[in-house]
Design a protein. Structure first.
Length: 58
């Protein structure tokens, strides 16, 4: 896995992911799963959705 997510985007993904996880818990809904995916891609600096389009913000 090659890093394809830049530093600024990583921070935004982690913060938005944590916010969505919190909303998911507060509303007892599945929105938290989307937050987990965002937070994971931010922490790992790798986004699988970028691969087919050969995108890199690094």
């Amino acid at each position: 896995m090659t890093c394809n997510v830049g530093d600024t985007e990583r921070m935004v993904r982690i913060l938005v992911g944590l916010l969505i996880i919190g909303i998911g818990f507060a509303l007892s809904s599945w929105w938290g799963v989307i937050g987990v995916v965002l937070a994971f891609t931010g922490v790992s600096a790798w986004c699988p959705a970028y691969l087919p389009f050969n995108i890199s913000t690094k």
